[in-house]
Design a protein around this ligand. Structure first.
Ligand SMILES: C[C@@](CO)(OP(=O)(O)O)[C@H](O)COP(=O)(O)OP(=O)(O)OC[C@H]1O[C@@H](n2ccc(N)nc2=O)[C@H](O)[C@@H]1O
Ligand SMILES: Nc1ncnc2c1ncn2[C@@H]1O[C@H](COP(=O)(O)OP(=O)(O)O)[C@@H](O)[C@H]1O
Length: 313
């Protein structure tokens, strides 16, 4: 085959706890990540020149070397120079559905799709863990995007253990089109403001242990108890993003007032999601939030949790 189309799903964070600083400058995390069926489509085509080309139907997405999809192709070319020479270059076309800089790992998922797609194009036969090792060189969330589903992530987010899948739950996502939050800003502001409370700071170990609950979230997931999962949603980055972005805070309140089981910001934001145990409930929440915030700048989507990562379409 000279071309492949891949589905690259977004993720939400059901749980994000910042434990401390790492020697590499990143933060040590405990996260629970969940794929959702809001997805980009990535077309990959082998081309005869030894170049990497990126196109995207959204002009806000960079089409140069800073695109994470480009970086994924470049990494594969560097890692497998003989295959690059044999099969030639690659043209990547991104059909964007996932909002950008939204805390939904759109760029990471695109990069994961390119790794999976080039593995197929060049007939490399890499295992999932080999693909995930390459993925970790591109970004902390990229290894998760390869496998998808429901997983607990530790380290800087790249150490993964799968959890039972949660494909019967619905979410309503909301994002103001004019807002974007930089992940670098969110983590550095968190460090500057809350660095003294890190678990690794022994003084606060006891109070912190009482406050966090990743174990009870895992239990709720194992029981597939949507109402319980909603109670255990947690994201430390809310502490810096919500005060800085009042619209995100208002949206979170609107979701909570609309009959959802729970609401939380995803990743570094500004997307907020509401957890619902049925499609009907999600439709009601969608309608009510639209009434509470009639702002045309606010985009709302209904999505379903899904059990897989990158799929060949
Ligand atoms: C916050 C989260 C939650 O899932 O996702 P997004 O909101 O970006 O989707 C992730 O931790 C983001 O993952 P990802 O976007 O892949 O991060 P990377 O490219 O590896 O890192 C971007 C920047 O975030 C900070 N960073 C990231 C991960 C981590 N464990 N500690 C950090 O301090 C660093 O400043 C780093 O330079
Ligand atoms: N393929 C891509 N899709 C979206 N954004 C990308 C991509 N490649 C690089 N970027 C850049 O990465 C930044 C973060 O985008 P994204 O991955 O959508 O958000 P987040 O890290 O919040 O999940 C954007 O500001 C954008 O400039």
């Amino acid at each position: 085959m000279r071309s492949y189309s891949l589905i690259a799903p977004a993720k939400i964070n059901l749980y994000l706890e910042i434990l401390g600083d790492r020697p590499d400058g990143y933060h040590e995390l405990v996260m629970i990540l969940q794929s959702i069926d809001l997805a980009d489509k990535i077309d990959l085509r082998a081309i005869s020149t030894d170049t990497i080309r990126v196109h995207c139907d959204n002009a806000q997405v960079p089409a140069d070397k800073s695109n994470l999809a480009y970086r994924a192709a470049e990494l594969m070319a560097k890692q497998f120079p003989e295959s690059f020479a044999q099969y030639g270059g690659v043209e990547i076309t991104i059909h964007k559905k996932i909002p950008i800089a939204a805390g939904l790992a759109g760029g990471s998922s695109n990069a994961a799709a390119v790794l999976v797609g080039i593995d197929l194009l060049w007939k490399l036969g890499l295992t999932q863990s080999e693909l995930q090792e390459l993925a970790a060189q591109i970004g902390s969330d990229v290894p998760f995007c390869i496998a998808g589903g429901t997983a607990i992530a530790t380290g800087r987010g790249e150490q993964l253990s799968p959890l039972p899948s949660l494909d019967n739950l619905y979410i309503v996502l909301g994002k103001h089109r004019s807002l974007a939050v930089s992940t670098v800003w969110a983590y550095s502001t968190y460090r500057a403001t809350f660095g003294h409370t890190y678990t690794r700071n022994i003084q606060n170990l006891e109070s912190r242990a009482q406050a966090v609950h990743s174990g009870s979230m895992v239990k709720a997931i194992i029981h597939e108890d949507g109402a319980e999962i909603a109670q255990k949603l947690h994201n430390d980055l809310e502490k810096v993003v919500l005060p800085e972005y009042p619209k995100v805070s208002q949206l979170r309140q609107a979701f909570q007032a609309s009959g959802a089981n729970g609401a939380m910001m995803s990743g570094s934001g500004p997307t907020v999601f509401a957890l619902c145990t049925s499609l009907e409930q999600a439709q009601q929440v969608h309608q009510q939030v639209r009434q509470i915030i009639p702002d045309p700048d606010l985009d709302l989507w209904i999505a379903r949790m899904c059990s897989g990562g990158i799929q060949v379409s």
